[in-house]
Structures are given as structure tokens and as C-alpha cells.
Design a binder for this molecule. Sequence first.
Ligand code: ZN
Length: 296
Amino acid sequence: ARPLEQMKLRARFDLAVTLTRAGKGFTMTEQPIAIDRTPLRLQGLAGSSLYRSARAAGAPAKVVETYMKALASRMSVGREVKRADSFDLIIERERAATGETRLGRLLYAGLDRGGRKVQLARLPGEDDGDWYDVNGQTQKRGAMGMPVAGRITSSFGKRMHPVLGFMRMHKGLDIGAPRGTPIHAIMDGVVQFAGRSGGYGNFVKLAHGGGIASGYGHMSRFVVRSGARVKQGQVIGYVGSTGMSTGPHLHWEVWKNGATVNPRSLKLSSVAVLSGAKLRAFRHAVQQLMAVKPGR
Ligand SMILES: [Zn+2]
């Protein structure tokens, strides 16, 4: 048997190691491998299947899935994507001087829809976070969802008050639903108030970003406390008829910068979320991404 004289191995993507016999043992030398971290940018036409076209362009399946999910936060991917729309993906990439390439996460999700662009990126360091529009807003599609499964029994505006019997401004929407139906937070926020509040009965008020607040009245009971953080869709209480009410329903009120607005008129698209240092960091990252040239 011959003794081992030298052994080379790839210890890491960016590091090779050589072991050389020296007396009774070995000495180890490290050879760092230079890595180019320029991301990969893939562009092309959606064609008959956006998914297949992006895959064919060279994007890994996992990355395309992330891309489709990101788009779905802004549009109905199944119905709205046209053949002539073009995709634009920027993917994390490492290229070793020794020739190997490794693809990572999706950094940018773009879709050009004949001039109307969807352009989404994540906040640096928030790998699983929300997708922000390049201007720094999480712009969700369409009108705000309803906090309760039910039907609108009284809309926003002047009306004959059902208990008081005279014309009065109705500052919210009434949604009729059986007692005990769960009430969901319409957006992420912080509980500003949870307790009895005159005619509102059991009342919860949530403060959201961008000067938006929402209130929920006549609850049979509430299940959040003042100061608690709530996520969009989280149950905050149950439909009831407490306070000045003629039957089980939710009185839902929305404020923008302190003034009540028609909840149905509030588009999620108007909600800005990034500001200050976060917005600056985001803009800087987006600027660098947009400078990446398409191609392999
Ligand atoms: Zn009402």
C-alpha cells in the first residue's frame, strides 16, 4: 500500500483545500475561489403559459412558483396575463471562478402588461417578507375585503336612523350576520381600543399604517386586548347586538387621517407602508437590481 501524499477537496462553494503530507501528518492550505454575485436577469414573452415560458428561459421551478405567488398578490394571474405580456425576473446567482453556477432566491418580479407594469421586490434582509412595489408600497389589488361574511344592510351616508328615527349620517357600513359570526381584521394593525363604547356597544378599533384605522361595533364579544398586534384576517371578535342596535350585525367604520370614509371606497392600493430608513434601503436595493443587464 502506498501512503497518501496529497488530497484536494472542495470544502465550500467558495473554498478549495489541499492536504499535503508533511512528516507524520498533513499540512492544509486553503485556496479561496472567487465568486461573482451578479444576479441573473431573465426576460421574455408570457406566451401561452407564463409558468412554462419562465421555466424555459432558465428559471428554476421554485423561483417561478415564488414569482407567480408574488404576481398573484397584485393581479389574477390565471385570467389577466396575456400572451404579449413580458416577464422580468431577477434571481440571486453565484458564479465561481472554477465555472460552477448556483441560483438562489427570486429578487425581483416584473411583468410588463403593455405599458402597465407590475414591479415587485422584497425589503433587503426580509427573505420571506411581503412584496413591495418598487415605489415602496405594498399595493394589494382591488377594494378592501369584508371583515364579516354577510350582506350589507345599511350603507355609508345619510339615512333614517333605525333607533333614533331621524335623518343622520351613517359613518360606516352595517353587515348583517348571525350572532357569533367571526369578525376578521381587514389589515395588519395594532388594537387601539377594545371595550364598551356607548352606542357602539362592544367596540374594537384598530390602527393600521398609512393613516388608516378601522372600527367594529355591536360585537357580542371581542377577543383582543388594547395594544395587541393583529394580522390581516385574524379573528378579533364576534357579531352581536350590543349598544344601540336593533339586531345582530357588524357596524364597520374606516377612518383615513382621522375622518370617516366609505369602507367600500378604500382601495388597498392607497396604503403606503415603507418610510424613512427602510424606504431608503429599499430604494437603493431596487436601483441596483434595475441596473442588472438581462441575459446569461
Ligand atoms: Zn352602523
